[in-house]
Write a protein that binds this ligand. Structure first.
Ligand code: FAD
Length: 356
């Protein structure tokens, strides 16, 4: 199949990772729209943040690192408003970034597949094909929600939903709700649903590893990033970040623990039509189960390139695929945070410049 156009570098995704790569390509004097293109399937600027729920705010639990080159413009996240939804703050910030650095993001453009074309690649999108030499995949995880399987899941008569489907607490007024997961999203849902849901229960596969500080433990965070790096380098599936960092007890969370709200039960053993049952026979009724059980890297469109190892992951070091030198994965593994994604920009853009 012929390409509709040829562009040396295609960046898929305009979240923190894709924008950071585009920024450095631009700084290394490549021209957006000509030497590289950034494609994003979202309707607007903001990466996955534009899809997050209305009540999510930037603050102590959710902190966003500046994009490279932006703080110098006086548009730092440190000065971002804290009473405005995170999705509005981040979308607005990314939009101004794209405009200022003329990154010419093409949207909405969904990449359906990336395939071999001789020594090069073809990127098939819902609006034509692009021939290219290098692909930077910066597609994040929001589009690949993970829900573990439990016996009886199909028999449950209520609604299963994932973090990615959550809109607002009002949808659960006077309902029986079960929240599953041990991270900040599950905790945020518990705090929001208190006093709204008729019956609220929380379960976690692991005991919650509370840490007695307001902010993330820097050493634990570094160790969690190192564990991600080891897994990515070995081609293993990525471990959960939260299981490595613990959950900081902010004042709001500590108060929730003290009043008995934030006390997670162990996992149930089976789901029944009306709720969840434990092996000791106890039962909680549920109309809805909110699975705050994380996400996986969204890599389906790369399947034709056969990057997946038998160990279950993709082998990635410093943002580069070890299997295919034409493919970079920005925001993957150790880079999967806004700080990691911002740093990935320089690392990946430099490697591409050396190869072009
Ligand atoms: P994304 O922001 O997900 O961007 C990926 C982009 O790729 C999207 O715009 C999407 O439209 C596009 N895309 C995907 N597939 C395709 C396709 N096939 N074709 C075209 N475009 C495509 N990190 C922090 O540092 N601080 C936080 O406070 C924080 N809070 C978080 C809260 C939640 C609920 C979650 C789920 C994650 C949070 N993270 C946080 C992690 C953080 O969101 C990410 O590490 C970072 O923002 C991800 O940036 P990204 O560019 O990799 O991905």
């Amino acid at each position: 199949m012929r390409s509709d156009r040829d562009v040396p570098v295609v960046v898929i995704g305009a979240g923190q990772a894709g924008l950071a790569v585009a920024y450095y390509l631009h700084r290394f004097e490549l021209t957006a729209g000509q030497d590289f293109v950034v494609l994003d399937r979202g309707p607007d600027a903001g990466g996955a943040w534009q899809h997050r729920w209305q009540s999510l705010r930037l603050g102590s639990a959710h902190r966003v690192h500046d994009l490279p080159g932006m703080a110098e413009l006086g548009l730092s996240f440190e000065t971002a408003e804290r009473d405005v939804p995170a999705r509005a703050v981040v979308s607005n910030y990314y939009r101004r970034y794209e405009e200022h650095f003329q990154l010419a993001v093409e949207r909405p453009v969904r990449v359906r597949s990336v395939v071999n074309s001789g020594a090069d690649l073809q990127v098939h999108t819902d609006s034509g094909s692009i021939g290219t030499r290098f692909v930077v995949n910066a597609t994040g995880t929001w589009g690949a929600p993970f829900i573990p399987h439990y016996p009886g899941a199909m028999a449950f008569a209520g609604r299963h939903l994932h973090t990615a489907d959550y809109v607002s607490a009002e949808d659960y007024r006077d309902k029986n709700v079960l929240v599953v997961g041990g991270g900040t999203s599950a905790i945020g849902f518990m705090l929001e649903l208190e006093g709204v849901a008729a019956n609220l229960n929380w379960v976690s596969r692991r005991p919650i590893d509370w840490i007695d500080t307001e902010l993330l433990d820097v050493e634990a965070a570094a160790a969690a990033v190192a564990a991600q790096d080891r897994a990515a380098r070995a081609g293993h599936p990525l471990p959960s970040i939260v299981s490595g960092t613990g959950v900081p007890k902010t004042r709001r969370i500590a108060a929730g623990i003290n009043r008995g709200l934030l006390v997670a039960k162990p996992m149930f053993s089976v789901l029944e039509p009306g709720g969840a049952r434990w092996s000791d026979g106890s039962f909680v009724p549920a109309d809805a189960i909110i699975w705050a059980t994380g996400f996986r890297p969204e890599l389906r469109h790369l399947a034709p390139l056969k990057l997946r190892e038998s160990a279950g992951g993709v082998t990635v070091a410093s943002g580069a695929s070890w299997t295919d030198p034409r493919i970079f994965l920005a925001g993957y593994g150790p880079q999967a945070s806004t700080i990691g994604a911002s740093r990935a920009g320089r690392t990946i853009a430099r490697q591409i410049m050396a190869l072009l």
